[in-house]
Design a protein around this ligand. Structure first.
Ligand SMILES: [Zn+2]
Length: 143
């Protein structure tokens, strides 16, 4: 699993269960810079086990019913990109789910890891400030 977690989604990848595949997709989204969501899950009416499911980019399904028109209008320009990025998995047997469909292209900008970067530099700045104050204080004490 360690290698899988760092990998790129591709057809033929196997997972023991849908949760494992979901975590993989979440991790891939986090690394690549897009939000993820579950598009659908088909479960067996016989035993309730997942037969197939699809994980998508969160920019995919903004036409889904249930969202209010107001919200859609406000955010249309930014969020309604109808992104096609996704993976689909299908059950092949006991503890055996296979990726059967992969689309990794996004039709929108991906998040950059700059938020984290800014936060880190802000922290450093604050550390510097404390450092300077301590130095001044020490100089005052010394004189
Ligand atoms: Zn996308």
């Amino acid at each position: 699993m360690a290698e899988l977690e760092k990998g790129t989604p591709q057809v033929g990848l196997r997972f023991r269960n849908p949760d494992e595949a979901w975590k993989f997709w979440v991790e891939y989204g986090g690394r690549t810079g897009f939000d993820v969501r579950k598009r659908y899950t088909n479960a067996s009416s016989y035993d309730g086990k997942v037969i197939s499911c699809r994980f998508v980019c969160s920019n995919e399904d903004h036409r889904r019913k249930g969202q209010t028109n107001n919200v859609r209008k406000c955010f249309r320009a930014e969020t309604r990109t109808d992104c096609k990025a996704r993976i689909s998995i299908v059950v092949r047997g006991v503890e055996n789910y296979e990726v059967t469909n992969v689309v990794l292209e996004h039709n929108h900008f991906l998040h950059l890891p700059e938020t984290r970067h800014l936060m880190a530099s802000q922290r450093n700045e604050r550390k510097m400030m404390v450092h300077n104050i301590q130095r001044k204080w020490r100089m005052m004490v010394a004189t």
